[in-house]
Ligand binder design. Structure first.
Ligand SMILES: Cc1ncc(COP(=O)(O)O)c(C=O)c1O
Length: 449
């Protein structure tokens, strides 16, 4: 490591530093915060990836990490999956972007419809955030209204309205009537954004119904992620879902189901599992095979809002790199190999992980929540039912950070809040290893029980 560089410690001693540390020091000079993404950053700095191999990341220093972050749940087949590599190699040799359509975009749209016939039509874009933005605009175009409702704490990308109440806290999360307040996330959020975004409680059906009764007639859309990671990765109660669908039917509100993450839960995504027929479904992550992607899908009657064939569409949706042939090729390979059997196998591995960890943590206040191939560790004895109860207390947050660091040192990469997602290259051996380590590191970490 000596060839990499030296860094003075607090005693003024020159110590050799790792290649990842050298990269971080270099990046700090040209990138604010020394990292491109807040969500994946942790102290002192994440390892820098040199390459990936199946379910492993190899960093600049040659250390191997079992990758449970999977680029924030977007890599269903891990890294450098051979069918994706060959689909991409073939596509790249044909050219990367044309400004005219390709057959690849038809094939991926058809693959989505084949998995869920309710999703008759699709438009692609380059990120989940972009998809949410387009879906909200689509709902506005169909209803002629501009206000939206979303659930407290839920993440739907980085669009102004979607960020409202993303990180509200006990000091500001209630309005005078005890309903969730519309809390700004970014400094400088326009007051109009707060006024136009109604915040709903994730696990209180009566309150949710009462808010929607009052606000429903002015809403263009209700946004839901009925198994939201930020709401603890627990299911939204059926009564809350019923209050939402009832309000949509009564007041002509468009229902947007955000399945950017949860599409991986079944062959057809999350909504068919819970009997939802949304007007728009937003997609991303696994449908791009590891390349940047987003999509809005839905029945032809709602997707018609983007139809430009007869002139100016009610709502424009497009972009220079939308439906680029590389993403389309990688996405098709990704979905083709995530068939019914692969979904069932991976979901079974997730059940196995939760069962083993929860057995190991029995008798403590901690548990592993999640569904299918996704999981999240909770510390604390209270029931986790929504964003408020999932939000760690200060001592729990410190312990989560320590457990994350201990897992990393032991060679397992989780997201910084100790959540993760499995990928198809994993098998029982990897899952059992993750379970044993997670139990060991959680029990060895003080401050949470
Ligand atoms: C539920 C959900 N919606 C939307 C997004 C935004 O997707 P992207 O990061 O591709 O913009 C994310 C990203 O993590 C997400 O988790």
């Amino acid at each position: 490591m000596n060839d990499v560089g030296l860094r003075q410690n607090s005693d003024g001693l020159d110590l050799p530093i790792s290649r990842s540390t050298a990269a971080f020091l270099r990046e700090q000079r040209v990138v604010p915060g020394g990292s491109m993404r807040q969500a994946s950053w942790f102290e002192p700095h994440p390892p820098y990836a040199a390459r990936g191999e199946g379910c492993w990341i190899i960093d600049l220093d040659g250390r191997r990490f079992l990758d449970c972050a999977n680029n924030f749940f977007s890599l269903i087949h891990g890294h450098a999956f051979a069918p994706i590599v060959s689909a991409l190699s073939e596509a790249i040799a044909r050219g990367t972007a044309f400004g005219v359509p390709t057959e690849a975009e038809i094939a991926l749209a058809e693959a989505i419809t084949a998995r869920n016939p309710h999703l008759e039509q699709t438009r692609f874009c380059n990120s989940g955030s972009e998809a949410l933005l387009a879906a909200v605009k689509g709902a506005r175009g169909l209803t002629g209204r501009h206000r939206v409702a979303k659930f407290e704490g839920c993440y739907h990308g980085s669009y102004d309205h979607m960020e409202v109440s993303l990180d509200s806290s006990p000091e500001n999360w209630n309005d005078p009537e005890g309903n969730p307040a519309s809390v700004p996330y970014a400094k400088g959020t326009p007051p109009a954004v707060l006024a136009d975004t109604v915040v709903l409680p994730y696990a209180d059906a009566d309150r949710c119904a009462a808010i929607l009764k009052r606000e429903g007639p002015s809403l263009a859309a209700i946004l839901i992620d009925p198994h939201a990671s930020k709401a603890g990765m627990v299911a939204m109660p059926a009564e809350v879902l019923a209050a939402v669908t009832e309000a949509c039917a009564r007041d002509g509100i468009m229902l947007i189901s955000d399945e950017v993450v949860n599409f991986r839960l079944s062959h057809a995504g999350l909504s068919p599992l819970i009997g939802l027929k949304p007007d728009f479904v937003t997609l991303g992550k696994i449908i791009g095979g590891g390349l940047p992607v987003g999509a809005v899908s839905g029945p032809a009657r709602s997707m018609a809002v983007y139809d430009h064939a007869a002139g100016k569409p009610r709502v424009a949706m497009g972009g220079t790199f939308s439906a680029n042939p590389l993403t389309m090729a990688a996405g098709l390979a990704s979905l083709t190999h995530y068939d019914q059997a692969a979904v069932a196998r991976l979901n079974g591995l997730g059940d196995r992980l939760r069962e083993q960890v929860n057995r190991g943590l029995a008798g403590t206040p901690a548990r592993l929540a999640g569904r299918g191939s996704m999981f999240r560790l909770h510390l604390g004895a209270r029931d986790v039912i929504d964003y408020r109860s999932a939000r760690p207390l200060p001592a729990e947050a410190t312990a989560v950070t320590r457990i994350h660091a201990a897992m990393l040192t032991a060679g397992v990469l989780l997201t910084p809040n100790c959540s993760g997602a499995l990928s198809t290259p994993m098998a029982e051996a990897e899952v059992d290893g993750i379970a044993a380590l997670l139990v060991e590191k959680a029990l060895a970490t003080s401050g949470w029980r």
